[in-house]
Design a protein around this ligand. Structure first.
Ligand code: LRH
Length: 468
């Protein structure tokens, strides 16, 4: 059969990319067009994203994609969750805040005074994360002046097409969707003083929501539709996890490690709430029953601090191979400790945690990196076990996708600590999931998630790490 092409915009917390995806009967591949850096920017009023820069990179990337592959038929956009921009009269009110900005702490206190967390969990099914959008909205004074609040991928789609929608998988991370209904919980918003007028109509992944404005069609070189995908990056990643067993767990590992299983029904028990397991909405109405583990953030922030100290770049693969060669006892710390969530100073903060628990601080950088990777793997293994217990499943394997799947030390350590085989890859699961959902909407890919995953499995065979 013929091969069809789409463009995928995929924005992670540390880098973004525009890719060409090609899909055929037994073909699925990605071509990188541009990759650009992303990260927190400190401004007078706190940590932000440089949204204007991101948008500029996206337009350049789409233009280059169409010139390389004129057969591109549509555009799909995904990004990290929870963050948003406010529009008034079609203009962005300010550069969006970064979810690591501490302003949301006050929002947490205020929201939980009005609606206790146990009630919130029954309503929205979300694990507690201090930056869930509802806490941010609660302390955002500008929300009252806005006529729309759009999550990052929806904001980009709006700028491209003029269509204002809220794609459902990402909207579920706001905390304002009913976990069972998948609709805005207007009563909850009302109690929290969050104006519902700014919340756009919800749409499912796979909807053609609009076409490029004439001006942008001319600039990019083609009049294209924007098709919603699982616009929460983790939702797109889970689409492309090549799970063939119903008893597989997944870990989508980039800045975060999202660890869990896919469910058809929510598990809204006290035990799930106490274990802080979330129910984010997935593509095709599935639940992403998972826990956020701090992932490669710990390593990238550590390396960033060492590079600043040295005034020179560090070769990550060299660091990891020397870390693999470290022998002897390895100290572990709690990767999820809240003291590690802000940017900056990571080696010192990890050392403080180790000292506070009476552990020796590794002296060499290799040993320090080993401690980080093993601590992440230990947290992954614990979360997999909790997912198995809470969902009452006998798990037989762990799929590890995303950037972390390239980290062989992490894959092996996760297998060793969980006692389960780790099936690593694809590294670009998120972009693949984005491409597949567009292709399916165009009639160019099979109908069910199981078939889509089968295509990923056939074209991107995972690498197996058996527990030792
Ligand atoms: C991963 C991710 C994760 C969210 C966090 C804000 O990129 O989307 O699923 O919890 O960023």
């Amino acid at each position: 059969g013929s091969v069809r092409a789409v463009a995928a915009v995929d924005l992670g917390a540390t880098s973004g990319r525009v890719m060409i995806g090609r899909v055929g009967d037994d073909a699925l591949d990605l071509e990188l067009v541009t990759r650009f850096p992303n990260g927190p920017v400190e401004r007078e009023d706190g940590l932000h994203w440089d949204f204007d820069a991101l948008y500029g990179h996206i337009l350049e990337g789409l233009t280059a994609a169409v010139s390389r592959e004129p057969a591109i038929e549509s555009i799909g956009i995904d990004s990290w969750a929870v963050d948003y921009g406010l529009l008034r009269d079609g203009e962005l009110l300010a550069q969006p805040f970064h979810y690591r900005d501490p302003r949301s702490e006050q929002g947490v206190t205020e929201v939980h005074e009005i609606v206790p967390f146990s009630e919130l969990y029954q309503r929205n099914g979300l694990q507690f994360l201090p930056f869930n959008t509802l806490y941010q909205y609660r302390v955002d004074a500008r929300l009252a002046d806005a006529d729309a609040a759009l999550l990052i991928p929806d904001l980009i789609a709006y700028l491209l097409t003029g269509a204002r929608v809220a794609e459902r998988t990402n909207a579920s991370t706001t905390g304002l969707l009913g976990v069972r209904s998948g609709e805005w919980d207007a009563e909850l918003a009302h109690r929290l003083g969050i104006p519902t007028a700014a919340l756009p109509a919800l749409v499912d992944p796979g909807s053609a929501i609009g076409r490029l404005s004439p001006e942008l069609a001319a600039r990019i070189g083609k009049d294209l539709p924007v098709i919603t995908v699982g616009s929460h990056d983790t939702a797109s990643a889970v689409v492309a996890v090549p799970m063939v067993s119903p008893n597989a767990a997944y870990i989508s590992c980039g800045t975060w490690g999202l660890v869990g299983v896919e469910l058809a029904e929510p598990v809204l028990t006290d035990a799930a709430r106490e274990a802080n397991f979330t129910h984010e909405l997935g593509v095709d109405g599935r639940y992403r029953f998972l826990h956020n583990v701090t992932g490669l953030w710990l390593l990238s922030e550590t390396v960033r601090a060492w590079e600043a100290e040295d005034g020179a770049a560090i070769d990550l693969s060299e660091l990891l191979s020397s870390a693999s060669a470290v022998t002897g006892a390895i100290a572990l710390f709690d990767a999820n400790d809240s003291s590690l969530s802000a940017p900056g100073d990571m080696p010192a903060r990890i050392a403080a945690l180790l000292r506070a628990q009476g552990s020796d601080v590794p002296e060499s950088r290799a040993a320090f990196a080993r401690t980080i990777v093993e601590s992440i793997a230990a947290a992954f293994a614990a979360a997999v076990q909790t997912a198995a217990d809470l969902s009452e499943r006998e798990l037989d394997s762990i799929h590890l996708v995303g950037g972390g799947s390239l980290n062989r030390l992490l894959c092996q350590a996760t297998a060793d600590r969980s006692g389960l085989p780790v099936l690593a890859g694809p590294v670009e699961a998120t972009a693949l999931g984005n491409v597949l959902v567009q292709a399916r909407a165009l009639g160019a890919a099979p109908a069910t998630l199981e078939e889509l995953r089968g295509l990923v499995a056939r074209t991107h065979e995972p690498e197996r790490f058996d527990p030792r």
